[in-house]
Unconditional design. Structure first.
Length: 154
């Protein structure tokens, strides 16, 4: 198999995964895809920053992977909470989600994790010597904290 065929297969697989996520979760699927991309990019930039600063260690890399796995479990729990609330609401006639949206917890948790990852990516870029605009750092912190505040309100 030659390289262009392999590239086409990779593109087709990524497109199929995005279509599956959208079909299964709607717009929340795009949030989840964005979060997973941010998670992967954070791990890659963290590794690059550690190599750049000559501080890479396999123990720290494993710790980072465990951290990522924990966040995946947290998003799965959020999705399970949304499902449970919908099942209860549908079967008991209780309007759990009266806002016209059947999924509230998962998007909030996913957005919070996404902006946490984006903040970490910016920190990794700075650790590699890249100039990072202050307004970008402030924006990421603001959106992340607002997602946290919205979650606490609910």
């Amino acid at each position: 198999m030659n390289t262009p065929d392999k590239a086409s297969e990779i593109k087709a697989a990524l497109t199929a995964a995005a279509a599956f996520g959208t079909a299964l979760f709607g717009w929340v699927g795009w949030l989840i895809i964005l979060w997973l991309l941010a998670t992967a990019l954070d791990y890659i930039t963290g590794t690059c920053a550690a190599i750049y600063n000559r501080s890479w260690s396999s123990a720290a890399a494993r710790q980072g992977l465990w951290h990522k796995l924990g966040s995946i479990f947290a998003v799965l729990v959020a999705a399970m909470c949304d499902i449970a609330l919908n099942v209860v609401g549908d079967n008991l006639g209780i309007g759990v989600f009266d806002l016209g949206c059947r999924c509230m917890i998962t998007p909030l948790v996913t957005v919070w994790y996404t902006f946490t990852e984006l903040g970490s990516i910016v920190e990794n870029a700075a650790a590699m010597g890249a100039p990072v605009p202050g307004f970008l750092k402030k924006l990421i912190v603001k959106v992340s904290s607002e997602a946290e505040d919205k979650t606490e309100e609910k």
